[in-house]
Write a protein that binds this ligand. Sequence first.
Ligand code: SAH
Ligand code: SF4
Length: 433
Amino acid sequence: MNVYDSSRIADMLQNLGYEEAASVNQADLVIFNTCHIREKAAEKVFSDLGRLYNLKQERLAQTGQDMIIGLAGCVVQAEDEQIAKRAPYVDFATGPLTYYRIPELLAKIERQRGISLIDTDFPAIDKFDYLPDNHAHGGCSYLAIQEGCNNFCTYCVVPYTRGAEFSRPVEAVIAEAKRLVADGTLEINLLGQNVNSYHGEDAAGHERDLAYLLRRLSEIDGLERLRYTTSYPADVNEDLIACHRDLPKLMPYLHLPVQSGSDRILKAMNRRHNRDDYMRIIDKLKDANPNIGLSSDFIVGFPGETDQDFQATLDMVNYVKYIQAFSFKYSRRPGTPAAVYENQVEEKVKKERLEILQNLLFSYQLRFNKDSIGKTMPVLFDMKGRHKGQLIGRTPYMQNLHAELGKEYLNKIVSVKITEANTNSLSGIAEGL
Ligand code: SAH
Ligand code: SF4
């Protein structure tokens, strides 16, 4: 979501006549788009800001040119007082729902230099109405269809930083998708904190779900691939599962975070699913499409997590055999209920559990990647490789793949025979060109 927000901010700035600078030293304006989900991410903002401020002063001394420093994202929403205290030199700061106002903030700064502006309202308007059209930057595009969250998992800041759940209207999404496809997009990844809780209104004012939207989108000529992320297990309905059987454009890959395999912990996390509910959904998805690959997020060391609870998480991994995953040590976030639970788990234990979990997850990821060797897959190439004559693309399973290919194949789907695999990437040879 932050990558998406950053690219929308860049689009907005381009409309104002800004161009991308070759390096930070040459930038007249630097905007940090920040994440507050874990302490480490939030703290990094302040150290990066300090470094940037030094750079700004060096540049001013050497060239006489000033630099505007802006902050965007969830750290602004959650820590506006801290920003004023720890980084008073920030020229403006705007939350994740208000960044459409950046042009206005910049205009003000240009008028009255030196004034800090912090703007973190939860406006009662749809920011998407105020942003410029989302343009494709290549073969893969993000399309935000839903934002915010009403779930209030006890560890999570998102409901506080991104606000209440909101779904964009169906026709606005379809129109944006058509525009992206006309611009050359082949793959659309529908975005939302809980994308499958989508309930946007159609033209007749009826609420429609994600399955309806996927069916409508898959009718768009020229659109080859659809994905959606991130999903909340309790909101996976039968019709969404059926989409994985019925829609060839829907990629056989789903990120469905479980967080923990222990019912006791899931309850303490205030997740609306238990272990069995989750396993039932996985079974149904595999029935609908036996080739589906799953990924998940995990938190280890949530307050009160015992060895037995942790073992239940490992059991879940062994059951689902995730092909990719993100796993984190529980991080106490100020203002969330779990932050003040008394039974916090020791850092040492969290570290040990994370290592055990990640080793297990990586072993399944590696096994899946190795099993890909010898198969031929359609790969969408959307990046240049580090070496000349090399492109990087994504398989249907979101595996990164390198191949020797000329740049005329950038933003195209090419059949590739997989020849090599390691934990994080594949190599292959293009076929039938
Ligand atoms: N809406 C998605 C997740 C969005 S946050 C869902 O419910 O699945 C992305 C991930 O960050 C979460 O899935 C979780 O694993 C992790 N996360 C969120 N808060 C955290 C915290 N306090 N400590 C550690 N990890 C956290
Ligand atoms: Fe956070 Fe996801 Fe829970 Fe919402 S559903 S509170 S975004 S973890």
